[in-house]
Design a protein around this ligand. Structure first.
Ligand code: UTP
Length: 292
């Protein structure tokens, strides 16, 4: 079985749901408490043993590359001022030299197309794919749990979690087959099923382990919903040749690509911080008791 060493982060989307914030700032650089969203996702991948981080970027996204670079002046200033804690934190988040690659999706033709842009950097090996606007909260990294399942099953792993059945039409939904280890066989996949037609309430939450054969499928994939090249369409084809397994993630997922999900993520992560929890609860109480 080939190890999952590389992860792809498609960060070339336009972020229209978050305008005007995303006019000049990539949504992946918006901060949840004190870390950019993309840092949470890279940390999750690192916790899962990923050794190489591949970013598919686009116009106005250069700041993401800067974020993962060494900032000599800043590090030097922090060191001179004795700010060891802050410096250690920055250095600890830093990928090692040569561990990152960046390529551009020149035209935002959809998630499937963005993934295809990483084909040469991934090469002929399985890879993880993490949608960087989805961040997870759980005792163990979602991707780490997927890697563990992959080591049992091989093939392709798609992380899923349960949603309220009446919400299923908003998501990519999978059909559930036989249980296996921490997951189950996926029998079918539908993107945003019409109300009342979803095969289950297990929705795809933005984490995947895929075999490299997906690239040949994406290469010939026609445009689908929204006139974009859709990853789900390609995965449905992949499922005809190889097994797909669902990893049942039991933590929380926040969609930081939407203002509501982003605010919820901020509240959730701030409440988790021992140094902030009391203050945040006090602020929420005060705001809730505000007249009118
Ligand atoms: P979204 O569906 O969230 O699209 O993409 P978006 O353009 O980023 O945001 P909205 O819907 O306009 O607000 C899911 C993921 O796929 C990436 C995005 O960056 C996001 O991580 N993506 C999407 C690309 O990299 N390229 C694309 O052409 C489309």
């Amino acid at each position: 079985m080939r190890k999952v060493r590389k992860a792809v982060f498609p960060v070339a989307g336009l972020g229209t749901r978050f305008l005007p914030a995303t006019k000049a700032i990539p949504k992946e650089m918006l901060t949840v408490v004190d870390r950019p969203v993309i840092q949470y996702v890279v940390d999750e991948a690192r916790e899962a043993g990923i050794e190489h981080f591949i970013f598919v970027t686009g116009r106005n996204k250069a700041v993401i590359e800067d974020h993962f670079d060494v900032q000599f002046e800043l590090y030097d200033t922090l060191s001179q001022r004795g700010k060891k804690e802050q410096l250690d934190r920055l250095v600890g988040m830093q990928p090692a030299p040569g561990q990152t690659s960046f390529t551009r999706q020149q035209v935002p033709l959809g998630l499937g197309h963005a993934v295809w842009c990483a084909r040469d950097l991934v090469g002929d090996e399985p890879f993880a794919l993490l949608l960087p606007d989805m961040i997870m909260r759980s005792w163990k990294s979602c991707l780490a749990g997927m890697v563990e399942l992959y080591e049992h099953t091989g093939n392709n792993i798609i992380a899923v979690q349960e949603c309220a059945p009446e919400e299923a039409h908003k998501y990519g939904i999978v059909g559930k087959g036989a249980d296996t280890h921490t997951g189950f066989e996926i029998t079918q996949m539908v993107e945003k099923p019409a109300k009342g037609t979803a095969p289950s309430n297990f929705y795809i939450n933005g984490r995947y382990i895929l075999q490299p054969e997906i690239f040949a499928i994406l290469e010939n994939q026609e445009r689908g919903a929204g006139n974009e090249i859709q990853l789900t369409d390609a995965m449905i084809k992949l499922g005809k040749e190889q097994d797909l397994y669902g990893y049942h993630f039991r933590g929380e997922t926040y969609d930081c690509g939407s203002p509501e999900g982003f605010v919820e993520a901020n509240l959730s992560f701030a409440l988790d911080r021992p140094d902030m929890r009391k203050t945040v609860i006090g602020v929420i109480d005060r705001l809730l008791s505000r007249p009118g």
